[in-house]
Design a protein around this ligand. Sequence first.
Ligand SMILES: [Zn+2]
Ligand SMILES: [Zn+2]
Length: 183
Amino acid sequence: MQVNIGEIKDTKGGEIRFRLVEDWSKLYIDGQSVHCVSPVVFSGRVTATGEVFLVRGTVATDIETTCARCLSPVRVSIKADVDERFRMASHAGGAGSAGDREDEDDEWREEDVREFRGLTIQLDDVVLENLLVSLPIKALCREGCRGLCPQCGQDLNAGECGCIVSDINPRMAKLAQLLNGRE
Ligand SMILES: [Zn+2]
Ligand SMILES: [Zn+2]
């Protein structure tokens, strides 16, 4: 995903509205069972402030992940607000002078301003980062999903397995003993 800022590059206050739609279904995120099952839609605008380009908008897609309790696939709609700043990389960035220039530039180089080259701002990274932070920590296939039996692994939504599972955790059991002892 990208947006070309050619028209507003020299116009302070200039704005470009965009709506980008891309199929990210082939994207698999390392170590996470997350899969985009509908196109990623990013609608927003770029505003030239004279110093930076503000990119603001909303990203939405549907992802498929697994239920935190029973591990069955769950589809979740996610939406993330994007609010990022970009600036053009300076042309005078020769490899030799980079070290000397760094100190002068420090004030300018706020941590949260990203650089881009040419007239095109690449948005994939910010879109991905913002989507990732919006993922549900625990997705459930349904409210009150009963999960898997800790003993035999049966999906308890499908029916009882007949195992006898004690839910009392050892610390609570000790507390119960103490309380009983007082009586
Ligand atoms: Zn479930
Ligand atoms: Zn069981």
